[in-house]
Design a protein around this ligand. Structure first.
Ligand code: NAP
Length: 321
């Protein structure tokens, strides 16, 4: 019986993921006449699809909405011939070349692969958290802190991310409460001390987020939170303007756990100042390999790097190898 894959041409480059990294890699690969094939993944557009205004992407002085931005990214990649397939890669086979990328039983083979699967912020999963996402609930202080000028916010979490977010938010907010479920922080000592020394930060210990409270009129916004005491289960309401969830991120790298090196948190390892992995012709861009910066502009930057590296790799190998 003929397999569909037998009739399929071998691709030059398959890109997995459709955030700023994936689309930028696609744009550069398409302009290099590599005819890239891009699989969007389950959430086309990635994390920017759940961001409201993006004001820190250079070139857009008036800002723009995250989802609108991703429409533009896609349009630009498609303009030069990127083939975008809205589907989710279920498996890869990097044990032989050309590399295998599978969508269910459907098999694709490619001489190079650019991984741009991104990361997702971890959410707590309490009522109101999703409903008010982008309307007062955020997982990115760098993206959304600016909208809380002179307001009071809480940051949930006790790790380095929470301390970093809390410190950053004091540039805008009048008061930042760090809500943590224990009375000890997981954050590094230096980050803890910085937060303790910041007069605008107050700690709310033994407290878990139980619910985000809000109103829909006149516009959808957060009015407060219900906190639950971790010691006795008692709940209390706290009025607040914004909620930042900072309990960590999770890179979407499960697909590659058997074939690529990753750190203890699942971020893929690349060679310094490059997007190269230990496998020739497999590159990683964006948040899947970045636990530090995690910005749209840095993701786009590494997407560009990955495409240029793929192009050079193919060129060095010569056609048809
Ligand atoms: P993390 O170290 O795993 O800390 C997560 C925090 O969130 C912990 O305090 C944890 O509480 C809390 N938490 C987890 N699930 C929760 C839930 N469901 N409800 C309430 N609280 C919850 O994650 P991270 O802070 O994102 O840091 C990840 C890694 O990146 C670390 O290695 C960190 O050092 C690094 N990082 C470094 C920097 C920097 O150096 N500038 C900045 C950010 C991150 P418990 O403590 O009770 O478990």
């Amino acid at each position: 019986m003929a397999n569909v894959s037998e009739q399929r041409a071998i691709e030059n480059v398959i890109i997995i993921g459709s955030g700023p990294a994936g689309y930028t890699a696609a744009l550069y690969a398409a302009r290099a006449s590599l005819d890239p094939l891009l699989f969007t993944g389950q959430e086309p557009g990635g994390q920017l699809m759940i961001t409201t205004d993006v004001e820190n992407y250079p070139g857009f002085p008036d800002g723009l909405m995250g989802p609108d931005m991703m429409v533009l990214f896609r349009k630009q990649a498609e303009r030069f011939g990127t083939r975008v397939v809205e589907t989710h890669v279920t498996r890869v086979d990097f044990s032989e070349r050309p590399y295998g990328v599978f969508v269910g039983d459907d098999e694709y083979r490619s001489r190079t692969v650019i991984i741009a699967t991104g990361a997702v912020a971890k959410w707590i999963g309490v009522p109101g958290e999703e409903e008010y996402g982008g309307y007062g609930v955020s997982a990115c202080a760098t993206c959304d802190g600016f909208f809380f000028r002179g307001k009071e916010v809480i940051v949930v979490g006790g790790g380095d991310t929470a301390m970093e977010e809390a410190n950053f938010l004091t540039r805008h907010a009048s008061k930042v409460y760090v809500v943590h479920r224990r009375d000890q922080l997981r954050a590094s000592k230096i980050m803890q001390q910085r937060a303790f020394d910041n007069a605008k930060i107050e700690f709310v210990w033994y407290s878990g987020l139980d619910e985000v409270l809000g109103e829909s009129e006149p516009t959808k916004h957060v009015t407060g939170v219900r906190l639950k005491d971790a010691r006795n289960g008692e709940t209390r309401e706290m009025p607040i303007d914004g909620v930042f969830i900072a309990i960590g991120h999770k890179p979407n790298t499960e697909l590659f756990k058997d074939c690529l090196d990753m750190d203890e948190l699942g971020y893929l390892k690349v060679e310094p100042y490059s997007t190269r992995t230990k496998l020739p012709g497999v590159f990683v861009s964006g948040d899947a390999a970045d636990r530090v910066y995690r910005q749209a502009v840095t993701a786009a930057g590494t997407g560009c790097m990955a495409a240029i590296e793929a192009e050079r790799f193919l060129e060095a190998e010569g056609d048809g190898s």
